[in-house]
Write a protein that binds this ligand. Sequence first.
Ligand code: FAD
Length: 367
Amino acid sequence: MPRRVEIAVIGAGVAGLCTALFLARAGREVLVIERGAAWGESSGANAGTLSLQIKRNEVLQVSRRAIELWRDFQEIDGIEVGFEQIGGLRVATSEREVAMLRRSQGEQAALGVETEWLDGNRLRDMAPWLGPDVRAATFCGWDSMSVPLTGGPGLARAVERAGAVLLADSNVVSIRQDGGRFRIGAGGNSIEAERLVIAAGAWTGQVCAMLGVDLPVAADVNMLTITEPAPHLIDRVITHIGGILSLKQYPNGTCLIGGGWQGRGELAAGTRETEHVSLMHNLRVAMQVVPDLAKLRMVRSWAGYEGVAADALPLFGALPGVAGAYVNACARGGYHQGPALGEEMARLMLEGRTGLDMRAFDPRRFA
Ligand SMILES: Cc1cc2nc3c(=O)[nH]c(=O)nc-3n(C[C@H](O)[C@H](O)[C@H](O)COP(=O)(O)OP(=O)(O)OC[C@H]3O[C@@H](n4cnc5c(N)ncnc54)[C@H](O)[C@@H]3O)c2cc1C
């Protein structure tokens, strides 16, 4: 294990690994320091939904670039991330939601994200498995999915192939800046780094505090449910204009149901568990949108943390007041955006500027 490195990245989720990948590909010496196992937190527990049309307007460009990168990982770099661009339907089940969907479609079109309006027979022709309560949907050909379970190990191997070192089971407990270098206490080791990237997900606030920087980071506790394998049923990524459903069927037949319904838990205590009332609401929405789901048995539900900043936009950029330190964390839907945020972080650190407009995500907005 190297004791002195050029760049240390704290956190081996999608944000940290993608940052490390692009830095290492550019020939930089990178050490990724991870408290537990790589991909062991949010990035390994999420739904793998890569839906452009559900993203907030501020992150549309980043999210579009991220889909290109997920595709490149799979098709050009040979990293098995289970990427499939099957297109997505964002549904509305009431008149009010139909109006919201129309408005959102108009806003996205103005920002260059075109979707197709579907209702009546055209909607039923495309998706005969939708329930009668679904009144309209927008179809986005960019929408995709991936398989987080395989994506993590594949990405970790790619990071190592690119020349970075992954140090697992090494909790970062202290960071000091000393003579222009960072001294990082992790897993009983002391590591020196010239530059530092904090990509610690929901724990980013805690790690930034080690450098005396206070960033408002909270932890959501999101829930997911997986069904038993079923014959081919759903062939699109399904989302909901109300933000209350994500649904897809994997090639092995299992259906994954989520939608941001909150479980219970405390980051400080390390607790997270499913909450039955919200879980029932989640499943009810899923069965309203795709009634055939009612025939399936639910096999498992789980909960995981998602780090979110106070305005639910990414924390991306130089850490205020600490020369040489950067933060890349807390993008909502951060699995989707991870590759583009990693690419842009590497560009910022190597060239001093980003390719996309990232100003809205600058951590200085909270300084
Ligand atoms: C149930 C669920 C479903 C979701 N569904 C989707 C989805 O469909 N699509 C989508 O885009 N997003 C989804 N998300 C959100 C997404 O998973 C996260 O935004 C994303 O994975 C965050 O990646 P990350 O690398 O920032 O954080 P993480 O994956 O949490 O990685 C941070 C890493 O930092 C490590 N770390 C923390 N503190 C320290 C320390 N002191 N020292 C060393 N290491 C440390 C942690 O152990 C962890 O491995 C979902 C989240 C959940 C929980």
